[in-house]
Write a protein that binds this ligand. Structure first.
Ligand code: BYC
Length: 325
């Protein structure tokens, strides 16, 4: 259906319509699902919103793994609420993508057979409780920096979904910082765990913003269409500038010897992540890619009877209504 839809619309991309569309974007208007839009705009949104939705759903796995091992009842309740929020984010985003003419089933199938990506960060393992703090603080912290500008993105349903998502992400980042602070101020062994978590997750967190601007394939067009509001490097720099003082506040060592305040630029300098590792991870070769996709495949297969049951119920209801008419 998605492929057919894109094909059937290809002929409508005439220059006049394109110019009028761009003028609406430039004037800051929101584009709504029934409005005319270029084929590329629709495809880019389906790709980005779909990948964003998949990231929220796959993102439950590394944290869900720690719900039964949380150190206190309070931490367990907080983590449970956070993981449930991520499921909700996935659902708002799938709904936003569905308004573009692609079904949730199609999106899921594209994730499961490797045609669609999800955020690279979730292909790294969470090894101990300090990782739960570091994920909330660094990963959700990075997600917020990316998502706050997306509240102003040009596609109405995406921008509206982002408003609620951002409110919840703020709680996620704060609970993460609180958990890592407790570890950093704890026993020497706890402090060591906090340091180890920051050291391991720092570069994967930087990679969340995507490749450097020079290697970003989609940024120029996506920014012209206001699907993206900032470049990858702009947001990465913002993350570094925001996070370094927090690491110092926690009295932890900086995870990168290249971090240094640059008076002239008014920003912190930092080392690039290993981009060959990033490209390898998004190709499917990260430490946890196989496990994550196996878990999603199992959930999809195990849920088949629920989908079948719901469909049979809907069909029966429709048949009864038809017979009564
Ligand atoms: N991981 O041209 P570029 C979260 C791909 S999680 C994997 O710069 P674009 C959360 C990119 O797709 C955060 N792939 O791409 C959940 C493209 O490949 P394709 C999720 C990546 O799209 C639970 C290629 O690299 N947030 O919120 O302009 C718990 C070239 O890149 C990544 C979003 O998805 C990556 N990190 O920019 C806690 C936000 N980076 O598709 C937190 C919305 C790049 O051509 N998305 N690629 O095969 C975006 O803002 C943009 O899509 C990105 C990438 C900045 C991520």
């Amino acid at each position: 259906m998605y492929a057919q839809m894109v094909k059937s619309e290809a002929s409508t991309d005439d220059p006049e319509k394109l110019a009028a569309f761009q003028a609406r974007i430039d004037a800051g208007e929101k584009i709504e699902p029934k409005d005319w839009m270029p084929v590329g705009y629709r495809k880019t949104l389906i790709r980005q919103i779909g990948q964003h939705a998949h990231s929220e759903i796959v993102g439950q796995l590394p944290e869900g793994n720690w719900i039964t091992r949380a150190p206190t009842l309070e931490r367990k309740a907080i983590l449970l609420a956070k993981v449930q929020d991520e499921a909700g984010h996935g659902l708002y985003l799938y709904c936003a993508a569905e308004t573009l003419g692609v079904s949730r089933d199609e999106l899921t199938e594209m994730l499961l057979d490797g045609r669609m990506k999800y955020s690279s960060i979730f292909n790294y393992p969470t090894l101990n409780w300090a990782d739960m703090g570091a994920v909330g603080w660094l990963v959700d912290g990075a997600a917020i920096l990316n998502q706050v500008p997306l509240q102003r993105t040009s596609f109405g349903p995406y921008s509206r979904a982002m408003i609620r998502v951002c409110k919840e992400e703020s709680f996620h980042a704060r609970q993460g910082f609180d958990a890592i602070r407790k570890m950093a101020e704890g026993t020497p062994a706890q402090k060591k765990m906090a340091q180890d978590a920051v050291n391991r997750l720092w570069f994967p967190a930087l990679m969340m913003f995507g490749p450097s601007d020079a290697d970003s394939v989609h940024s120029t067009q996506s920014m012209a269409w206001k699907i993206k509001m900032n470049t990858n490097d702009e947001l990465r720099q913002k993350f570094v500038d925001q996070t370094v003082p927090q690491i110092e506040f926690l009295k932890l060592d900086l995870p990168d010897p290249g971090i240094k305040w640059n008076e002239e630029r008014g920003h912190y300098d930092y080392s690039d992540p290993d981009w060959s590792e990033f490209f390898d991870v998004i190709k499917g070769n990260g430490p946890c890619n196989t496990d994550r996709l196996a878990a999603r495949n199992k959930a999809w297969k195990d849920g088949q009877w629920v989908r079948d049951g719901l469909l049979a119920h809907a069909r029966k209801k429709a048949a009864r209504k038809h017979a009564a008419e």
